[in-house]
Design a binder for this molecule. Structure first.
Ligand code: ADP
Length: 364
């Protein structure tokens, strides 16, 4: 791994709990990692610890086989060869774009410096803007200049802290895709912090979901969505609900009985013995529930949210459970109407019945 964070703890002076607690993750060279989670979960603290802006109280941070942080070692931020991009762009208003981007290149002779500036401006799609000023550019362009400035000195690692949060929602996702393209073209290894799922999915090769200082899961987007390691990850990522279920071993194999009928072929699911009496909760995502008029299972529409090409329906079953489903928007059913549904679950994910727990019941 190019970046390795092991059992990391960061505790602010005077705090009773650690802002980052026992976090372990690894990033390969050229990969983009994203940290996501609710406000205050420790994402920024973790990023700042990697940058060398916070000292660590436990564990270690290794970059390219060099231990830069542990309880006894603290390589100063300016010696880590890390580039940073912040949400507020932080461009110098009195310097033109060329000087802003060349700011970290004073060690180079002027000609090489201007060549490198031109090169990284071209990389972010802003060639020829050297003599312009930040206020003449849009927010998205300014953020690309900030990215060019961070990439110019060829840092070993790039850290981005909520880089899109000052931009319009429409622009955010587009810029997130563009930034991924730019980082890949530059061959950069990067770690980005966001609270926005769409951004995380648009940018990250690996995504980490944090809560209260702990990293619940570090995985690719597909695994986070289909194989959430904890109830918190299951609830935080995507639309879904938990319904009471019962796993039994039957002659045909393990079967999960849900309010929507029996689910079989549940390869990745824990065995019935994982839960007392096989009683558990099953995760039902909106895209696991299919509208089917011929299905014997009926559910009543209690809420409808128009999403353009589809509706997100909230449905109540006769047994009282609530489920969600996406339905193409030309199926415009009325509130209160009963429609047929069936479960089409590729990955059956179950958790212990209790209230939310931090202890994962792995479904792999
Ligand atoms: P996030 O980036 O996920 O919103 P932070 O890393 O900023 O979370 O914060 C994690 C926890 O550490 C929070 O409880 C926050 O109040 C606390 N914290 C953050 N910065 C400081 C600081 N400089 N001094 C003391 N506590 C801090």
């Amino acid at each position: 791994m190019f970046l390795s964070v092991s059992q990391l703890g960061v505790r602010y002076p005077g705090a009773t709990t650690s802002a980052v607690d026992g976090v372990t993750l690894g990033l390969k060279a050229g990969d983009i990692g994203v940290l996501i989670g609710p406000s205050g979960c420790g994402k920024t603290t973790l990023l700042r610890a990697v940058a060398g802006l916070e000292r660590v109280s436990a564990g270690d941070i290794v970059i390219a086989r060099e231990t830069v942080s542990n309880a006894h070692t603290h390589v100063p931020a300016e010696q880590r060869r890390i580039g940073m991009v912040f949400q507020d762009y932080a461009l110098f208003p009195h310097l033109d774009i060329g000087r802003n981007v060349g700011f970290g290149l004073h060690h180079l002779p002027p000609r090489q410096r201007s060549e490198r500036v031109a090169e990284v401006l071209a990389l972010v799609g802003l060639d020829g803007t050297e003599s312009r000023y930040a206020h003449e550019l849009s927010g998205g362009q300014q953020q690309r200049v900030a990215l060019a400035r961070a990439l110019a000195p060829q840092p070993r690692l790039l850290l981005l802290d909520e880089p899109f949060s000052n931009l319009d929602v429409d622009l955010r996702e587009r810029l997130a895709h563009e930034v991924r393209g730019i980082l890949k073209a530059a061959g950069a290894t990067a770690l980005l912090v966001t609270h926005d799922q769409l951004e995380a999915f648009a940018v990250g090769d690996m995504i980490g979901v944090m809560r209260q200082g702990h990293l619940h899961q570090w995985d690719d987007a597909y695994a986070l969505y289909h194989r959430p390691a904890t109830r918190f990850v299951a609830e935080f990522i995507g639309h879904g609900v938990f319904a009471p279920a019962h796993i039994r071993m039957e002659p045909t194999g393990a079967t999960v009985h849900t309010p929507l009928g029996a689910l079989q072929d549940v390869g990745g699911c824990p065995l019935p013995s994982a839960y007392p009496d096989g009683q558990c909760d099953v995760l039902l995502r909106a895209d696991d529930i299919v509208h089917d008029d011929s299905s014997p299972v009926k559910a009543q529409i209690v809420r409808k949210a128009f999403r353009g090409s589809e509706f997100l329906y909230t449905l109540r079953l006769a047994t009282g459970e609530t489920v969600l489903t996406h339905v193409p928007s030309h199926h415009d059913h009325a509130m209160g109407e009963w429609i047929g549904i069936r479960a089409e679950v590729d990955h059956v994910v179950t958790f212990a019945r209790e209230a939310a727990t931090d202890h994962p019941v792995r479904s792999v």
